[in-house]
Ligand binder design. Sequence first.
Ligand SMILES: NC(=O)c1ccc[n+]([C@@H]2O[C@H](COP(=O)([O-])OP(=O)(O)OC[C@H]3O[C@@H](n4cnc5c(N)ncnc54)[C@H](OP(=O)(O)O)[C@@H]3O)[C@@H](O)[C@H]2O)c1
Length: 323
Amino acid sequence: MLAAFAVRADAEAPLDALVVGAIEPPSAPAGWARVHVKAAALNHHDVWSLRGVGLGADRLPMILGCDAAGTTDDGREVIVHAVINSPDFVGTDATYDPQRSLLSERYPGTFATQVWVPPANLVDKPPELDFAEAACLPTAWLTAYRMLFRQSGAKPGDTVLIQGAGGGVATALIALARQAGMRVWVTSRDEARGARAVRLGAHQAFPAGALLPERVDAVMDGVGAATWSHSINVLKPGGTLVICGATSGDNPPKAELTKIFFKPLRVIGSVMGTRHELISLTRMLVATGARPHIDRILPLADAAAGFAAMIAGDHFGKIIFEP
Ligand SMILES: NC(=O)c1ccc[n+]([C@@H]2O[C@H](COP(=O)([O-])OP(=O)(O)OC[C@H]3O[C@@H](n4cnc5c(N)ncnc54)[C@H](OP(=O)(O)O)[C@@H]3O)[C@@H](O)[C@H]2O)c1
């Protein structure tokens, strides 16, 4: 079957670790359901995998991709929840399972014509969303939903700063925060990308690291080292920084410990979300009319072009592959 998969790890030239071509279809773990992929969405996670982050050499070759929407063998239209729990996990929050993995970390991912998942990881696709829109939800949009509505404590009327305007998580945060009645500010390294974020729903865009007109109630940050100090400095006393990633590195030049305790601030890490949150997210999109901003849709055979755009930071919103 056609798939996009990692054959090795290459920290410096991740595209060199990618193969798009034929691979033996993976065998089905007992009791798992097959999803015929109609659309799959690219995440920065897939680039990390090619760089060897979170994907050991013993698991190669590995079909990449966390996110998919498609149909089951009996024709049900579904979205795949990408967080795979260990069979021994008994808690109610999938993200607290220390043995959890995302599709493409331990089990083959979604950049293929078909993917096997536990039946509990299937969520009905609302007819109001097309397959490409639905494929955007399981990673970037679910992460954004949980950051905003579970972790940040931000309320309608609060000001939320989103670091990095054009990423998959960032564009989801802009849309969700706007729909929730928050004042939405973004930063970008690029003026034109900031302007695009405003067209997408942000109230105002600022250059990366800019002095803001006033301090904010919450900051959403997936950029990491490059924005850490700014995120700490722009918060009001009692404000909340929610972090979900470290695209620019995870070792900021200044830890800012004194500011964190003295202001005082809350710093909260967030990863993915639960199946229930994914269902709530689909309901929010249906109720509000908000939809993922899709940068481009490519045939799966051209997946390398999508990866190249993400590595170069050329994309704005989500990149979709269709098998
Ligand atoms: N915790 C989780 O569950 C979870 C889920 C999804 C993603 N993540 C992580 O969150 C991060 C974003 O993911 P994504 O899929 O949205 O990635 P993406 O689409 O590639 O977006 C990257 C974002 O980072 C900004 N950026 C990149 N390098 C930067 C730098 N040196 N300085 C300032 N801004 C920079 C870009 O903003 P500009 O507009 O300025 O270019 C863009 O908004 C990744 O690290 C990913 O692994 C974590």
